[in-house]
Design a protein around this ligand. Sequence first.
Ligand code: GLU
Length: 557
Amino acid sequence: MSNENMAELLFPDVKQLPTDMDSLYPPRNLPASAMVTRFAPSPTGSLNIGGLYAALISERLAHQSNGVFILRIEDTDKKREVQGSVEDMIHSLLSFGIHFDEGPDLSGVDQGAYGPYKQSERIQIYKVFMKHLVRHGLAYPCFCDPGDLQKIRITQQKLKVTTGYYGSWAKHRDLTCEQAKEEIVKGKSFVLRLRSSGSLDRRIMYNDLVKGPIELPENEQDIVIMKTDGLPTYHFAHAIDDYLMGTTHVIRGDEWLSSVPVHIQLFETLGFRAPEYGHIAPIMKQVGASKRKFSKRKDLDGTAAYYQEQGYPGFAISEYFMTLINSDFEEWRKGNPHPSFRDFSIDTDKMNASGALLDMNKLSDISKDVISKLTGKQMFDHLSTWSKEFDPELYTLIEKNQEYTVQILNMGRTIEKPRKDYAKWSDVKIKIAFFYDEWFEKDVLSGYKLPASISIDAAKEIVRGFSKSHRFNHDKDGFETLKELAAELGYAKDMKQYRGDPNRYKGHVGDVAMVIRVVLTNRTHTPDLFEMMKVMGENRVLARMQRFMLSSEFKGK
Ligand code: GLU
C-alpha cells in the first residue's frame, strides 16, 4: 500500500499503465529473422565519422534482413543540446545514402507508427513506467543534493569502499511516503533511483555481437532514472524506447560497453526482453607511424560534414566502410564488380573487434573507382547536388551548360578502362573549368600560359596553320594532320626525328600540340586534345583560336 501511495504522491497525473503502452506499441509484424535496429544520437553537435559508421552497420543489418531501421533522437540532456544538430545529422545521414524507415524527417515531422522519435516528446510514456516501478517498490525518490552525495563519497573514500549510492549507503532507499511528502512540501527537489539488487560480487555474462562472450560485474548502484527536472536519464529512456519500438539489435560505440550491466538490469527489472548488443571500437586515425582516436576538437576529418563538404560520394564512403566492416567484402567485390554494395550481407560475427583504421588513400582509391563507373549524366546529377551546397560558382556554370557538362564529364569514361581521376566532387572543377567560356575568359585575361620556349610569332603561325588544316567531323586522325602541319612549318614530326638532328627543326610536333592546347584551354596539361576539341565543338574551338590571334595577353616570350 505504501508503495502505491508513494507512486500517487510522485506521479499524481499519470493514469496509464504499462499495459496501455503495450497496446499503443504492439509487437511488429515481421518475420522472425528481421532485425529492428536504431541509430540513436544525442543532438550535441554534428555527426562524426564513428556515428556514421555505426549508422551504416545498423542500417545494413535492418535492411538486409527486411527489418526496420529507426532514427531516434536522444535529447533528454537539454544542457548539452546544440541547436540545429538534429537537422544537420539527418541531412548528413541522407547525403551519405543512409535512409531510415522511421524517425523525424528533415522538417521535423515523425514518420512511423512507433513514435514520437524524439525522447523529449516521450516524457509521459517514461512516467508511466517510472510510476510502475515505484508502485512495485523497484524505484524510489532520492532527495539528496550534491552536498549530501559529496559527504557520502568522502566517507566512502576514507573507508576505502566503493563510492556511490548503493546498499546501506543509499540513505533514501527506505524513506516512507510521509517522509517523502514532508520533503516535497519543503520544496526539495528529487531524483528517482532504481533500487538495485545487483552485487559487485556477482557477474553477468552476455554474448556481444561483435566482441563475443563478455563477463562484467553486476551493477550495484541505485542509478538515477529520472532527473530533478522530471526528464529520464539516457539509460532509462533507451530501455523503454528499445522495448516499445521493438528494437532487436543495438550496434553502438564501445564506450557504452561498461553500461551493459545497468542496461541489462533495467530490462530485467522492467520485465522486458533485452535487445542483443554489439559494441564497436572507435575508428582510428593514422598519424605518422601511430594510430589514435579522432579528436572531437582537433580533427576536422573526424566529422561527417568534412566528407560532405569535400564531396566524397556517400556510396563511396559506404563502399569503403564495407571493407572495414567485413574483411571478406573485398573478395566479394572482386567477383561481383557491378552490383551495389547493398547486395553483400554483412555479418556481425566477422566484424573486427578492434578499432578499424581510416585509410584516406584507400578511401580515395575506392572513391575514384566507384566514380569511374558512373555515366556522365549520373556524375552531373551528383555534381549538381553537391555544388549547389558547396560551390555555387560551379553550380551556376554547370546548370547553365547542362548538356555540355554531361559531354565533358563523359570524356574518357565510355571505354573499357575508364579514367579514375576524380576522388571527390571538389576535384572536378579545377579539371573542367576551362571548358566554360565564362571561366576561360577570366583566366586568359591574365595571359596565355605558353611555354617560354615558344615565341608569340611561332605560336600564331601554328594557330593560323592549324585553323586552315584541321577538319572537324572528319574521319582522318587529327594527330596525323597535326604532324603534317608540323612538318610544313619546320617542326619534326616525332621525337625520334627531332632527337636525331635537333638543329634542323624549330621544335617537334609536341610543341605544335602544346600551342593548340594552351590556346584552347590555357593549360599545359589536359585530356586528349582531339577528344577535347570534339566536346568543345567547332565554333568554340575556332572562336578561341581567333581570340588568341587577336589577343595581346601573353605570358610566354
Ligand atoms: N544517445 C547515445 C549516444 O549518443 C546512444 C547510445 C546507444 O546507442 O545506446 O551515444
